[in-house]
Design a protein around this ligand. Structure first.
Ligand SMILES: C[S@@+](CC[C@H](N)C(=O)[O-])C[C@H]1O[C@@H](n2cnc3c(N)ncnc32)[C@H](O)[C@@H]1O
Length: 187
């Protein structure tokens, strides 16, 4: 069976995360504009949950101050392609983004307390237990007032309540594939 490294090389990192169409730039910009409109400031720490090949990450890293971007994903290969081709080594050295490779949401490895979080195109890939694990582990490291965003379906409100977040359904956020957004605010 083809391993992940070979598959990413064969199909390309953009197509692997589902973005090898006209939507790559649009979804990159959408994530970035959305969080800036929500109040993300350059000095604030952001965790990009399932950052993949930095579709949003490259925009966030360039905008944020050094050391303020935290990216976590289960595929190291996607992060490598993201840094090498979407971000570039100069910005990597200047902004010092930090990455954790994990498939079980080990946010504690950052040893940081994010104020903003986003999980773009993640929760529809996870089972209910994994969504709860993600929200629960993020809740335990999040800074007071932390706000986490994920596009989702209605059951996401229940996940939030069970894992200590106050949910606010946002719904439409101009996603080209009509995905919806929910905001989790730490209690
Ligand atoms: C559709 S891609 C979205 C990536 C990125 N957020 C973006 O907007 O391009 C889904 C990502 O979720 C990651 N992923 C899936 N399950 C995960 C898990 N349990 N822990 C961390 N990352 C996971 C995949 O490796 C992939 O990068």
């Amino acid at each position: 069976m083809e391993d992940t490294r070979e598959e990413i090389h064969r199909v390309g990192h953009r197509r692997f995360v589902g973005g090898a169409d006209n939507y790559w730039d649009a979804i990159s910009e959408l994530q970035f504009r959305f969080l800036v409109d929500q109040g993300l400031a350059p000095s604030e720490t952001l965790v990009d949950v399932a950052c993949g090949s930095l579709r949003g990450g490259a925009r966030f890293i360039r905008y944020l101050d050094p050391d303020c971007y935290l990216g976590i994903d289960k595929h190291v290969e996607l992060i490598i392609y993201g840094v090498a081709t979407e971000l570039g080594i100069r910005a990597y050295r200047e902004k010092r983004p930090r990455f954790v490779v994990s498939d079980c949401f080990e946010f504690d490895k950052f040893q940081a307390n994010p104020v903003f979080g986003i999980a773009q195109s993640l929760f529809t890939h996870l089972c209910a237990d994994e969504v709860e694990s993600c929200l629960s582990k993020l809740n335990s490291v999040a800074a007071p007032g932390c706000r986490h965003f994920a596009y989702t379906r209605s059951q996401m409100e229940d996940f939030g309540a069970r894992t200590g977040w106050k949910s606010q359904y946002i719904g439409e956020w101009n996603h080209p594939r009509a995905q919806k957004m929910i905001e989790y605010v730490i209690r």
